[in-house]
Ligand binder design. Structure first.
Ligand code: FE2
Length: 381
């Protein structure tokens, strides 16, 4: 089986340093960290009695399909804003546009823009000061929101996935106890039946530098392969599982809000908005190519992981600042944290993810509930 990184530090999961409780009996960060927090209403809580049923297949519709082809609602001709390509094909940075003030038409353009550019950083946003409910309402325009099975969230807002690194030396050093680096390429929650798609991430409190996020373009990664290799990958599917993540979280004393799940997804998927094909890889949650033997699967998956990770010419690195909101397409990209802090200070951020389509190898299967049912039967899933 492909390597499973179960002991990686994950700032969104429960840590033993989170030794306080809320009035409702949920775990939360230490009193010291509560005191140092600039945004206490966004602090993570882990409530052992909070339970959600398993996800079922959801029909999908993308607001990006309603976008203006020139994105003129998001970027009006005479507007006072700047748009910069961070690399020619992947990643953009926008300043002078306030996401919280967008019309629905501009939001449709935004969905399309993120689908096209993969990842977009909007600087100087006012989301953080508006509280968790505002950001959730904004994201709900694009579709149903994902609730993470084990992560912390502000009380009353389970759709908000919080990442919180406390102001202790121990939390800075933890990732390096069992690894030489903190790099861990993945897309979020690929074990879900419907994938997470449009994802919004905002930093609330952070050090002067450090903690960048690296993104890789899996559309370009697919295009770089030879026609012979592209042909070889067609028709292959990967088993994705959250079982190991759930077990690691349980061992650390965390909560289980939803039972772990495993699903089969195509290795090459097609984007319903741009119609482009991309590699659908996940080093954290991808376990095996179901059509191959273990050794063959490891060989091929490890080649593909190496291909994406080494190709700095299809990656972009986002530097965070307070009030930067980044949106990315979780279906066509992978990302990794970069833990390089030197000072024990708080890093506090939130993520909201819109549920996308169930990944399909061809958009002709979009919203087909019986897609891959033969493979599920064969594996007893
Ligand atoms: Fe992630």
């Amino acid at each position: 089986m492909a390597p499973v990184a179960v002991d990686k530090y994950d700032a969104s999961q429960f840590q033993t340093a989170h030794n306080s409780k809320t009035k409702n009996g949920a775990f939360t960060v230490s009193e010291k960290n509560q005191h140092l927090s600039k945004y206490p209403e966004y602090l993570p809580t882990w409530n052992p009695s909070q339970k959600f049923p398993p996800y079922k297949f959801q029909k999908y519709y993308d607001q990006g399909l309603l976008a203006d082809s020139k994105l003129s609602n998001l970027f009006p001709k005479d507007g006072d804003y700047q748009v910069k390509k961070l690399t020619p094909r992947f990643g953009s940075e926008v300043s002078g546009i306030q996401l919280s003030e967008l019309t629905n038409e501009a939001k449709n353009d935004l969905a399309r823009f993120v689908a096209e550019r993969g990842v977009v950083a909007f600087r100087n946003q006012d989301f953080n000061s508006k509280g968790p409910e505002f950001a959730i309402k904004f994201a709900e325009y694009f579709g149903p929101l994902h609730i993470h099975p084990t992560s912390g969230s502000p009380e009353g807002f389970p759709q908000m996935h919080i990442t919180f690194r406390g102001a202790t030396q121990e939390e800075i050093e933890t990732p390096f106890r069992s690894s030489t680096n903190s790099i861990s390429w993945h897309s979020d929650c690929s074990y879900s039946l419907n994938g997470l798609q449009l994802t919004l991430f905002s930093c609330l409190q952070l050090p002067e530098s450090g903690g960048d996020t690296l993104f890789a373009n899996c559309v370009e990664a697919y295009k770089r392969l030879s026609p012979a290799m592209q042909e070889r990958l067609e028709g292959l599917h990967v088993l994705h599982s959250s079982i190991e993540q759930a077990e690691a979280n349980k061992r650390a004393g965390g909560i289980t809000r939803r039972e772990p799940e495993a699903n089969i997804h195509p290795l090459i998927r097609q984007n319903p908005v741009t119609k482009e094909k991309s590699l659908y890889l996940n080093k954290e949650f991808g376990r095996k190519i179901v059509e191959l033997k273990h050794e063959e699967s490891d060989y091929l998956l490890n080649f593909l992981y190496d291909h994406v990770e080494k190709a700095h010419d299809l990656q972009v690195r986002i530097q965070w600042s307070e009030n930067t909101v980044v949106l990315w397409n979780n279906a066509t990209t992978v990302h990794t944290p970069c833990v390089d802090f030197s000072e024990p200070v708080i890093r506090h951020a939130y993520r909201i993810s819109v549920m996308g389509e169930r990944p399909v190898s061809d958009v002709k299967y979009l919203n087909d509930e019986t897609y891959l049912s033969d493979k599920y039967e064969l594996l007893g899933l």
